[in-house]
Design a binder for this molecule. Structure first.
Ligand code: FES
Length: 191
């Protein structure tokens, strides 16, 4: 059962959390999906307020929730741009132009790795292998992977993303929540 708490979860979000938690013997087992939900509800990242709300709703210490959230890079502990661009710099992508892509993105956006643009539209970081090495250089933006990115077509990617509602931290978090509820449990029940 989900505990009552002050916070920012929407009615729909609370209903989804209740559904998720109902499938665990202990609400503490639902920390990972609850964090995805919180990341969606809090605009694509997990401020301290989100950690406190998840902890209260699952009946767990905030230190435990913070520890789990900060362990996984998929949870954003800092506010990101509306489009968070992650460039794979692992071996294959690194050898096939990832650093040229980063240089070009930094030039186009006027920022460095780890920074966000002043208008909040884009942020830029490196990523570990995205498991799509054959398409190097690979860039993840929200729920989408873009393969074959190079210094010549990087500007096209930015133009495509600018102003788009696709490929945001919120849409990524929502896609994962939607995949968990109810599909995951429905397929488990029938499996
Ligand atoms: S090295 Fe870039 S996707 Fe694997």
């Amino acid at each position: 059962m989900v505990a009552a708490s002050a916070g920012r979860f929407s009615e729909a979000g609370l209903a989804q959390l209740t559904e998720i938690v109902s499938h665990y013997p202990d609400p503490g087992g639902a920390i990972l999906p609850a964090l995805w939900l919180a990341q969606r509800e809090y605009g694509g990242w997990l401020p301290a307020e989100a950690i406190v709300e998840v902890a209260a709703r699952l009946g767990r210490p905030a230190s435990e929730i913070q520890g789990v959230a900060s362990f996984y890079t998929m949870y954003n502990m800092q506010q990101r741009g509306r489009h968070h661009i992650e460039v794979c710099t692992c071996l294959t992508c690194g050898c096939l132009g990832a650093y040229e892509v980063i240089d070009e993105l930094e030039r186009i956006l006027g920022i460095h790795l780890g920074q966000a643009t002043a208008d909040g539209e884009f942020s830029l970081t490196e990523a570990e292998c995205l498991n799509y090495c054959e398409a190097a250089t690979v860039v993840q933006v929200g729920e989408r992977y873009f393969g074959g990115v190079n210094a010549e077509n990087a500007a096209d990617l930015i133009a495509r993303l600018r102003g788009s509602e696709e490929c945001t931290p919120v849409s990524l978090s929502n896609a994962i929540v939607e995949a968990i509820v109810p599909g995951y449990f429905a397929s488990s029940a029938h499996g």
